[in-house]
Design a protein around this ligand. Structure first.
Ligand code: HEM
Length: 180
């Protein structure tokens, strides 16, 4: 997993809980990297799972809630960091439909070793979009947080229903988005 996902996570931890929390959770975990991340480096995604689990224990906030919160936060950070990727889309559905075939394709050009999930979208009608997440990484909650961030970013009234369809081979969550 790209270092930017780690550095942004630790920045969020610092702003929510203070700088000492970063040292505390790094100390709690046995990390191959030693906890020294650079935004262009690449690290084992399991280190992020360990850090979030440590933060959950210390903050008494469920892992799922922390991961979703982080996804939501990261959507707005991505907008600050990569504004050009947001120029062509005018709505949440537009944006979500462009993630797999455009946004993540551009991400891969910037970071050729990025490990990106698979997304399939089905535009059922103008008020309903189905987006299916598939990955070898257990980041369905992270995807959910990003999708919530996207809906808030475009300031639309969209209900998000989720259904897990994990298999032995991969993690899968089906998101059904209903515009009201
Ligand atoms: C709502 C929109 C988006 C969703 C749902 C989404 C979803 C995800 C998920 C779930 C991952 C974790 C990898 C995995 O699960 O296999 C990921 C990785 C990543 N995404 Fe997205 N993403 C979105 C938008 C963006 C945007 C706007 C950018 C940047 C402009 C971006 C850049 C990245 C990067 C850099 C990674 C890390 C790849 C790696 O660690 O190797 N994503 N994305």
């Amino acid at each position: 997993m790209k270092g930017v996902v780690f550095t942004e996570f630790l920045d969020m931890v610092e702003s929510l809980f203070g700088a000492d929390m970063i040292d505390d959770i790094i100390e709690d975990c046995t990390l191959k990297s030693g906890g020294a991340y650079t935004s262009v480096g690449t690290y084992d995604y399991e280190e992020l799972v360990l850090l979030v689990t440590a933060l959950s224990k210390r903050s008494d906030i469920a892992v799922k809630d922390l991961v979703q919160k982080y996804g939501h936060h990261l959507f707005f950070r991505f907008h600050d960091m990569f504004p050009t990727f947001f120029e062509k889309q005018n709505s949440a559905f537009d944006f979500l439909e462009s993630v797999h075939g455009y946004v993540h394709v551009e991400v891969k050009k910037l970071y050729p070793d990025a490990a990106l999930p698979n997304f399939e979208t089905k535009n059922v009608n103008e008020n309903e979009l189905v987006m299916i997440y598939r990955s070898h990484c257990p980041f369905s909650d992270f995807a959910e947080g990003l999708i919530h961030g996207c809906v808030e970013f475009y300031d639309e009234n969209i209900e998000i229903r989720v259904e897990d369809k994990n298999t032995k081979a991969e993690f899968c969550r089906v998101f059904t988005l209903l515009k009201h």
